[in-house]
Design a protein around this ligand. Structure first.
Ligand SMILES: Cc1ncc(COP(=O)(O)O)c(C=O)c1O
Length: 128
């Protein structure tokens, strides 16, 4: 079983969430966005979760790839696959918002580093 647990890992005692198994062994996560392949988050993000100041959602590899291709097609911007996970979440978020609501997505990173992956996953060369 995989779970996320808050534990103290640093010498100064800061708390953060880590992906680990039932025995407490840290797991190697997978993501098509290689920058997300890290088993933990920092203490600031952990604190925001603890205090309800941030909410966290997931997107699959395929959802992120489709969102990346959509932004490339519609705007001519190739987002990094890491940020594409946030773009994928818009499909779930937007229908819940009132008319006229505005959403800001930080397109951190650069999708050109992900082109090999995107082409392998079917991105048309006209979008590259
Ligand atoms: C939040 C976030 N966005 C984007 C990226 C990708 O950045 P780049 O495309 O510059 O490698 C990373 C990489 O770790 C990241 O953590």
């Amino acid at each position: 079983m995989t779970r996320v647990k808050k534990i103290s890992r640093s010498a100064n005692g800061s708390m953060s969430y880590l992906l680990q198994d039932d025995q407490g062994q840290i797991l190697n996560p997978h993501s098509v966005g290689v920058g997300l392949e890290y088993p933990g988050v920092g203490p600031e993000i952990s604190f925001m979760k603890e205090t309800g100041r941030a909410e966290f959602y997931t997107a699959t590899d395929e959802e992120a790839i489709q969102a990346c291709m959509r932004l490339s097609r519609l705007e001519g911007i190739i987002p990094a696959l890491e940020a594409s996970h946030a773009l994928a979440f818009l499909d779930k978020l937007v229908p819940t918002l009132r008319d006229g609501a505005k959403v800001v997505v930080n397109c951190s990173g650069r999708g050109d580093k992900d082109l090999d992956t995107l082409i392998q996953r079917g991105m048309p060369s006209s979008l590259c």
